[in-house]
Design a binder for this molecule. Structure first.
Ligand code: GLU
Length: 469
């Protein structure tokens, strides 16, 4: 049987890195075994689901390159099918209508709590026909087996055994007929032919219930693998504050999808000491048996490190495509400056994200209004006028606008004026970039082009003269 896995997010919150890791593991597992990966949007909770969250799922998965072989399927389009299964369960006596009122259930719960018992439905409507008006509202409950164990052969956690006495009769359809999560998941996992369900261990409680429903339907349940949680560096459940924000925010913050996936694959799985994995390697080496049983800690510093590793090692033209997005986001016109792949080559050593790269590169594309205050104060003194004027003259007549001759001019001016190179190069750097930090001055000038260089030197001379006057 071909391996089939799925990612089944609920669009009640934005897809964040925890969800992405689950999706990635399910994707890798399917690909490793030559199977299929399915995307299913579990949107039955109409009140809490939003179209925006669905968009984040679709866009996020596409940005990450985690393409589904089938789907997206939407649960809200499958109500007829769920109702059919609920009816079948009723017909075969595996489910029943429960007319218990809210008041009765509340009183029952209070009684149980007072007696220090775990609150559970007592099964009043299960066997006896409980008293009710003909048109009284009801829910539909699944007849959970009374005794015996449910054994989960968890592919990560090992064997988990739950006694049926721990489980009560779960509601599978609410008043009005809306099916509940545990029912819809089983119907879908069955209809969609899932062989492996890989999901967060916050669902471990649901698994024995789902296995019982599979059994009642006369179907073999899939294999389950429950992933341990991701914690923040303070040991608490990952929240917004720790970076559990919409995955698209990572795109906007200038992360490469490849780097994010590589970071996430290691967050809970390892293969020796290896840190960097191409997608092909992840698929080859990933396996559920190597997934950690215990929780992992999200480390934003390591993610930044990983991102830089990818910026450094990926082909500049590929990095440039992602950088283009940052320019578009910021409304900076790429056509007004050097080709992005050339920019990537000179800037990537000093940037951890593409957003940083844009931030330190704007002067190549647009004029800046002000000099960095400290840099201007330090470099634009009377003593800088001589070197800047000499540079202006020499660059004005330089035909071959390349690294070496550009560097040659800085050296020649330093020699002629008997100055250390820094006394020439640094005012030049501030003149052209507005800051004291830029790539090598020769790289900077090559990218900036001759016309802009001359114009900015002139401007710096005027600025310095005005300042000292
Ligand atoms: N829709 C559920 C969630 O987002 C996941 C269900 C499952 O994977 O079985 O938590």
């Amino acid at each position: 049987m071909a391996t089939r896995t799925r990612f089944a997010p609920s669009p009640t919150g934005y897809l964040h890195i925890g969800g992405v890791r689950t999706a990635l593991y399910a994707y890798l597992y399917a690909k490793k075994y030559g199977g299929e990966f399915i995307l299913r949007v579990e949107d039955t909770d109409r009140e809490r689901s939003t179209d925006e969250a669905v968009e984040v799922i679709l866009e996020g998965m596409s940005w990450l390159g985690l393409a589904a072989d089938e789907g997206p399927f939407y649960q809200t389009k499958r109500f007829d099918r769920y109702n059919e299964v609920i009816q079948a369960l009723l017909d075969q006596g595996s489910a029943y209508k429960c007319y218990c009122t809210r008041e009765r259930l509340d009183a029952l719960r209070e009684q149980q709590m007072a007696a220090k018992q775990k609150p559970r439905y007592d099964g009043l409507c299960r066997d006896s026909d409980c008293q009710h008006e003909d048109d009284a509202p009801y829910v539909i409950r699944f007849k959970n087996p009374i005794d015996g164990d449910v054994v989960i052969d968890d592919q990560i956690k090992g064997q988990v055994v739950i006694n049926n006495r721990e489980l009560d009769d779960l509601i599978i359809a609410r008043t009005g007929g809306v099916p509940t999560y545990n029912l819809t998941v089983v119907v879908d996992d069955l209809d969609m032919g899932m062989t492996h369900v890989i999901r967060g261990d916050d669902h471990l409680n649901n698994t024995p219930r789902q296995i019982n429903i599979f059994n009642a339907l006369g179907a073999a349940p899939p294999l389950y693998a429950h992933l341990a949680m991701i914690l923040g560096d303070d040991g608490k459940k990952l929240s917004k504050r720790h970076g559990a924000v919409s995955v698209l925010l990572y795109k906007d913050e200038g992360f490469l999808p490849e780097a994010l996936l590589n970071y996430l694959v290691r967050l809970g799985w390892s293969h020796g000491d290896q840190e960097i994995f191409s997608m092909a390697e992840m698929i080859e080496k990933f396996d559920l048996k190597d997934v950690n049983k215990s929780a992992s800690t999200f480390n934003p510093e390591k993610l930044l490190w990983m991102n830089q590793q990818y910026m450094m090692s990926m082909a500049p033209e590929v990095v440039a495509q992602h950088l283009q997005y940052q320019f578009d986001l910021a409304g900076v016109d790429v056509a007004a400056g050097p080709a992005l792949e050339d920019l990537v080559v000179v800037q990537r050593e000093r940037c951890k994200t593409l957003k940083d790269m844009l931030a330190v590169s704007r002067y190549f594309y647009e004029d800046f209004n002000e000099y960095d205050e400290k840099a201007a104060k330090k470099n634009f003194k009377e003593a800088a006028i001589g070197p800047l004027e000499a540079l202006l003259d020499a660059y004005a007549v330089l035909e071959d606008w390349q690294k070496e001759p550009i560097h040659g001019v800085v050296m020649a001016v330093s020699e002629k004026l008997d100055l250390k190179m820094g006394k020439v190069a640094q005012p030049l750097r501030v003149a052209v970039s507005g800051t004291s930090m830029s790539p090598g001055i020769d790289d900077t000038l090559v990218l900036l082009g001759k016309a802009r260089t001359l114009q900015r030197i002139e401007r710096a001379i005027a600025f310095t003269k005005a300042k000292i006057a």
